[in-house]
Design a binder for this molecule. Structure first.
Ligand code: IMP
Ligand code: MG
Length: 192
C-alpha cells in the first residue's frame, strides 16, 4: 500500500518522535496532578487539534478529574483578530472549578488569549493553560503558559492530532510539513 503521507511529509522531518511525546505527556500529567491534588479540576480540550494530546494527558493524570470539549473555528480572514467562533460549547458549567485549558499548539497566542478571557467570564476558581507545543518566536500577545510540553521553532507541524487541511492528525509523531506555502495559507481552513 502506498503511504499517503509521502506526498507532502518528508519522513526525515520528524520533529518529535512518539516516545518523546509519551514521556513528556506523562511528566506533564504528574506535574499537573501534584499541583491540583485535592482540588476539583476539569480539562477543557480544544477541538480538534488537541484531542489526542488531551486523551493521553487525561490518562496520565493521577488525581480525580473530568474532561470537557470546546470546538472553535476562526472567522475567514480574521485570524489576526484572535476572535473565534465557538462551534461546540462546553457541556457543563465551569463555575467554581479549576480549569485547565488544553491546547495543541500556541502560535501567535491570539486564540488562547481569547479563550482565556471567555472562560474567565464564567466564574471558574482558576484557569491555567497547558499546551503541548509552544512556537514562542511567533507570539504577538503576552500569555501566561503554566504547562508546556515542548518549545518548537517557527515551522508548520502536523501529527498527534494536528492537521494540514484536516489531514495527518493520525500520525503518531510530530512532523514538519514541507514548507511549500506560507503558514498563514496553511492555517486558512480554520478549525484547530
Ligand atoms: P494562534 O492563535 O496563532 O496561537 O493559533 C493557534 C492555533 O492555530 C492552534 O491551536 C492550531 O490549531 C493552529 N496552528 C498554529 N500553528 C500550527 C501548526 O504548526 N500546525 C497546525 N496547526 C497550527
Ligand atoms: Mg488548536
Amino acid at each position: 500500500m502506498k503511504n499517503f503521507f509521502d506526498n507532502e511529509i518528508d519522513p526525515q522531518k520528524v520533529l518529535i518522535p512518539q516516545n518523546r511525546l509519551q514521556e513528556r505527556v506523562s511528566e506533564l500529567g504528574h506535574e499537573i496532578s501534584q499541583a491540583f491534588d485535592g482540588k476539583d479540576i476539569v480539562l477543557v480540550a480544544m477541538l480538534k487539534g488537541s484531542f489526542i494530546f488531551a486523551a493521553d494527558l487525561l490518562r496520565a493524570m493521577k488525581i480525580p478529574c473530568t474532561i470537557d470539549f470546546m470546538g472553535i473555528s476562526s472567522y475567514a480572514g480574521q485570524r489576526r483578530s484572535g476572535i473565534v467562533r465557538i462551534t461546540k460549547d462546553l457541556d457543563d458549567s465551569v463555575a467554581g472549578r479549576n480549569v485547565l485549558l488544553v491546547e495543541d499548539i500556541i502560535d501567535t497566542g491570539l486564540t488562547a488569549s481569547y479563550l482565556l478571557r471567555t472562560l474567565k467570564q464564567r466564574g471558574p476558581a482558576s484557569v491555567d493553560i497547558c499546551t503541548l507545543l509552544d512556537k514562542a518566536a511567533r507570539r504577538i500577545i503576552d500569555l501566561p503558559i503554566a504547562y508546556r510540553g515542548f518549545e518548537i521553532p517557527d515551522v508548520f507541524v502536523v501529527g498527534y492530532g494536528m492537521d494540514y487541511q484536516q489531514k495527518y492528525r493520525n500520525l503518531p509523531h510530530i512532523a514538519i510539513l514541507r514548507p511549500s506555502r506560507s503558514s498563514e495559507d496553511q492555517l486558512e481552513s480554520g478549525d484547530g
